[in-house]
Design a protein around this ligand. Structure first.
Ligand code: SF4
Length: 378
């Protein structure tokens, strides 16, 4: 069984007003305690798991802002992973980078530590919109971080973008897309801004201080991104993700194919052998448990086979290729077409799904209504 490892780095220089991820302000002693705990957690799982559950095909440092950590700590952590698990040849190792927290020597150190993919949170090439998002970097810093990454030897770059930002026009979005393509990254992710309940941005919208981007504009932006990026050689392989041929994100494919993963760090989630569990979200609670050599787990649930089948369907439908029906049969010993015959027939009749070549996938009409389709499989 091959597995992806996610490592949550829960620190940010400054909280962005739209973000509800778990992150804490940066402080030297807290970072030190976090890194010690992380190493303990990696060792704990490395000692407990059977060899067949330790074959690792991807490692992803996400956050928070992983690039707030000292560059040398990636070498330490990756060496711990290498000594506790078995990394496959060409194992994808990604670090999420904030353009406000990178420099040339730090990126070179990451590359030398074995990081072979960088995911840069550009979000926009428009300074006014970066200000609206409360980002700590400018558009120029974002462009510079791409150059620095190339110079440091990264030949697999993802750039993350957000559309549907309050005050963003179609013209602004097209300018950002043009600039993105000029930078020639191997992979581009484009997400519509989500107003997460309780965040400062959502509260400002509720008070009427900020107007959200109209839904119709957001739909046009999404369609523009798909057409523009397809026209520039990026294959639209997942609802929000675009890649040069053969350079998809191996780690995210683990999630979309509903394969097992282990999450390390506070608030990280894991899914292995039919059990889903998540770590303590508080940094102190996470470190306390590990200092007593206990698993830092807060919630644990065994998924029923019906839950696993349902998740395999709605996660797989996120992929443009769709759900591989033979693979589904090999995994569950039953045909998806039999289990979901009613749902599939209804959605195919409405033109939202299509079945061909052994795959079930969203149609062009179904793509903007993906959430409606997914609900049918829950
Ligand atoms: S840098 Fe990323 S994780 Fe940190 S607050 Fe901003 S969006 Fe959230």
């Amino acid at each position: 069984m091959s597995i992806g490892i996610y490592i949550h780095v829960p620190f940010c220089i400054k909280k962005c007003p739209y973000c509800d991820f778990i992150s804490y302000p940066l402080s030297g002693p807290t970072v030190k305690s976090y890194l010690e705990s992380l190493v303990r957690e990696i060792n704990l799982y490395g000692s407990a798991l059977a060899d067949e559950d330790k074959i690792i095909t991807s490692i992803f440092f996400g956050g928070g802002t992983p690039t707030t950590l000292p560059a040398a700590s990636f070498k330490t952590v990756l060496n711990e992973v290498r000594s506790s698990f078995f990394l496959t040849e060409g194992c994808e190792v990604t670090v999420e980078a904030n353009p406000g927290t990178v420099d040339g020597p730090g990126l070179a150190e990451l590359r030398q530590a074995g990081v072979n993919r960088l995911s840069i949170g550009v979000q926009s090439f428009n300074d006014r919109l970066l200000g609206m998002l409360g980002r700590i970097h400018s558009a120029e810093q974002a462009a510079r971080s791409v150059q620095l990454a190339r110079k440091a030897g990264f030949d697999n770059l993802n750039l993350d973008f957000i559309f549907g930002i309050p005050g963003q026009t179609n013209h602004d979005w097209r300018e950002t897309l043009h600039k993105a393509v000029e930078m020639a990254p191997e992979h581009i992710a484009a997400y519509g801004l989500q107003l997460e309940k309780g965040t400062p941005l959502a509260q400002a919208v509720e008070r009427g201080e900020i107007c959200t981007c109209p839904e119709e504009t957001e739909i046009i932006m999404y369609r523009d991104a798909v057409a523009f990026l397809n026209g520039h050689g990026y294959s639209h392989y997942e609802i929000s993700n675009f890649a040069r041929p053969g350079i998809q994100c191996a780690h995210n494919l683990v999630y979309w194919l509903n394969q097992p993963y282990l999450g390390f760090g506070p608030a990280a989630h894991s899914f292995i052998r039919g059990v889903r569990f998540s770590n303590d979200i508080s940094l102190a609670g996470y470190s306390d448990k590990l200092s007593r050599e206990e698993y830092p787990v807060e919630n644990k649930i065994r998924l029923s086979e019906a839950d696993e089948m349902s998740e395999t369907m709605f996660l797989g439908l996120r992929l443009s290729g769709g759900v591989d029906l033979n693979r589904f049969y090999r995994r569950f010993g039953r045909w998806a077409e039999d289990i979901y015959s009613y749902e599939i027939a209804g959605l195919c009749n409405k033109g939202l799904l299509e079945m061909s070549g052994g795959y079930l996938r969203l149609t062009t009409k179904g793509l903007p209504l993906a959430n409606v389709v997914f609900r049918e499989f829950v």
